[in-house]
Design a protein around this ligand. Structure first.
Ligand code: FNR
Length: 381
């Protein structure tokens, strides 16, 4: 299969699977425990149907939205994900460039393989910097200072990962950073020469946000130890309130699931929340962002920008989320598989398809702007 033959998420996933060594494919594709939440994230969009209106004069469509003060040309942004240069040597550079080209936001992860400064220079769209809460408060402040200096528009604190999720696929393959492959895992790498050539002919990658703390090659600390040793499970709302104040700009909490927590995010001055279960990778059995969206929008939708992610694979998924009151949606694997399959060209093709699907969907729904989408357009089963 070639890039030109990829017409949807499943095609990109198949192509990525063909190119990536099994342990890396399963790191992206996998989730926690029995992966119930992962599956539910996408199927939850089937719990309601769209009700189209007709004869509304829809020759031109404007799908732009404003989220946390940022004008986005489309209501979908590239959610922060770790280790992108492991999937394709272009990694975050490709995603930052593609997102900028499509006028949307890109989130660089603190476990990203390109520095937030470099990503900021590449991306023409607004940039999110995603980080975790460290025991070392000095490191937290240092990261915010770097982000401010680089011109990052939105700080995003991920709050659902106070400990790592139970990723059993990674245990089976031996996937870890630094690599600790078992024999079966090594054999799977040997079977994917195209990936190996791409990987070994480009400069080896590091984690520039956490360079002196987490090592990629057997030095200071593995990623799993990073989670257990460096992140602070005693973090409370007071700690985050202090950070929000210290940052003094757009600040978003990623991984909020309850109305009570959403209200607290408003109270401490956050300007956005991402309703997310981390793509099913943390607490298996947790509710999907889409299933929980109406409750959160009803609680705080008039006070804070509500974004959702998890399982978004189609323009119609985006239309359903916006109809329920989300300001925008985030995607993870939707752009990671195309990245793994074909680098920047893959991410651009996926974003183009998403844009075309949203535009077609809006026309078929009888809407010319996203604010015309409402719950009147939905019926739950
Ligand atoms: C993630 N996600 C994530 N989130 C975050 O806050 N920091 C991170 O470093 C990562 N890393 C990461 C790696 C991989 C391989 C995946 C698949 C996901 C979660 C991500 O931002 C987003 O919440 C989910 O990916 C959304 O679900 P979908 O779109 O992948 O179904």
């Amino acid at each position: 299969m070639r890039l030109q033959n990829c017409h949807n998420f499943h095609d990109f996933r198949r192509l990525a699977k063909r190119r990536l060594p099994g342990p890396i494919f399963n790191y992206i594709d996998g989730a926690a425990d029995d992966e119930v939440t992962y599956r539910r994230n996408t199927t939850s969009f089937e719990s309601c149907d769209l009700l189209p209106s007709v004869l509304r004069g829809v020759s031109t469509v404007d799908m732009s939205v404003t989220v946390m003060g940022q004008k986005l040309a489309m209501p979908v942004y590239c959610s922060p994900t770790a280790l992108q240069r492991l999937f394709h040597h272009q990694g975050e550079r490709a995603v930052a460039a593609a997102a900028g080209k499509y006028g949307t936001m890109f989130g660089v992860s603190s476990l990203g393989t390109v520095s937030l400064e470099e990503a900021r220079k590449i991306s023409k769209g607004p940039q999110v910097y995603q980080f975790y809460f460290h025991k070392d408060r000095g490191l937290n402040r240092e990261m915010m200072a770097r982000a401010k200096q680089a011109g990052v528009e939105v700080m995003m604190l991920t709050v659902d990962s106070i400990t790592g999720g139970n990723r059993e696929r990674d245990k089976r393959t031996g996937f870890a950073i630094p690599f600790k492959l078992n024999l079966a895992g090594m054999a799977q790498f040997a079977m994917k020469p195209a990936w190996a050539i791409n990987y070994f002919t480009h400069e080896s990658f590091k984690l520039p946000q956490l360079d002196s703390h987490v090592d990629m090659g057997g030095g200071t600390m593995s990623i799993s130890r990073y989670f257990t040793d460096m992140l602070d499970p005693s973090m409370t709302w007071d700690d985050v309130a202090e950070m929000v104040k210290h940052w003094g700009g757009q600040f978003c909490l990623k991984g909020i699931m309850t109305a009570e927590d959403a209200r607290r995010a408003v109270d401490i001055g956050c300007t956005g929340i991402v309703l997310s279960n981390h793509g099913g990778r943390q607490l298996d059995g947790s509710r999907s962002g889409f299933d929980q969206l109406a409750e959160i929008v009803d609680a705080v939708g008039d006070k804070i920008d509500v974004i959702m992610d998890g399982g978004v694979q189609r323009g119609t998924h985006v239309l359903k989320a916006l109809s329920l009151g989300a300001k925008a949606v985030g995607v993870g694997r939707y752009y990671l598989f195309p990245l793994a399959a074909a680098g920047q060209a893959g991410v651009e093709r996926a974003l183009e398809q998403m844009k075309v699907e949203i535009e077609r969907g809006m026309k078929l729904m009888g809407c010319t702007t996203v604010d015309q989408l409402s719950r009147a357009n939905l019926r739950f089963r």
